[in-house]
Design a protein around this ligand. Structure first.
Ligand SMILES: [Zn+2]
Length: 223
């Protein structure tokens, strides 16, 4: 109930902000462009190469851009200022990058779940919003019911030992569904920011433990 009220409340805030900011660039607020990301701000996206930037246990980890400029601002707006439309812009940027990777598999998209109290306090899971938009653009299906976060972890930048902080935080929710229907499918993990990579590594470990080995990772930004 609390969750629902919170969700309605944030949607109202979003609708109200839309009234004020509609057709303005989310990053610089300029209205001339009549778009959510103006040309000037689009140039302030610091793209990375289309190669895997890291390999962990055989899994390629790709990052679209460096965490600065417009990408940083858009992620912050989405996470801390209830500007849900930023999810659409980020998904569009990410999809353009994804197309260049030329990964042709019929991936099932998953994303790091947030701890339920965290989702309740924000009113929404920002990664779900990005993935939902990405799914519309790519035609790839997503699944929100495979992995669950079972313990609260401090934000990565505050945690002293990132690996230890995140260890044992995730659990496979529906093992039966996974084993019976999804075990041989390719998985694409989408995340917003990668810092130490500890969260992604923990999810990869969790999947590998459950015999899922065809995995790719796509993150929006790399610190
Ligand atoms: Zn702008």
């Amino acid at each position: 109930m609390v969750f629902r009220l919170k969700s309605i409340f944030t949607s109202l805030i979003d609708a109200f902000l839309d009234l004020i900011y509609n057709q303005k660039c989310l990053v610089c607020n300029c209205s001339k462009a009549n778009t959510l990301l103006c040309k000037t701000c689009a140039k302030d996206v610091h793209y990375l190469s289309v190669y895997a930037h890291r390999i962990y246990k055989g899994v390629g980890i790709y990052s679209m851009a460096i965490y600065r400029g417009s990408v940083k601002k858009l992620i912050q707006l989405l996470k801390f200022s209830h500007r849900k439309k930023a999810a659409k812009v980020l998904a569009e940027l990410l999809f353009e990058y994804f197309k260049k990777l030329d990964l042709k598999e019929d991936f099932i998209i998953i994303y790091p779940p947030s701890f339920y109290l965290k989702t309740m306090s924000r009113g929404y899971n920002h990664m779900f919003l990005i993935v939902k938009e990405f799914s519309k653009l790519s035609g790839l299906k997503y699944n929100s019911n495979i992995i669950k976060k079972i313990k609260y972890t401090k934000p990565q930048y505050r945690a002293r030992n990132r690996k230890k902080n995140i260890e044992g935080s995730f659990e496979i929710l529906s093992k039966e569904i996974l084993i019976n229907n999804l075990q041989n499918k390719p998985f694409l993990i989408i995340d917003d920011i990668t810092t130490s990579g500890a969260t992604i590594e923990e999810i990869i470990n969790c999947l590998i433990l459950n015999k899922i080995t065809n995995i790719k990772v796509l993150t929006i930004a790399k610190v």
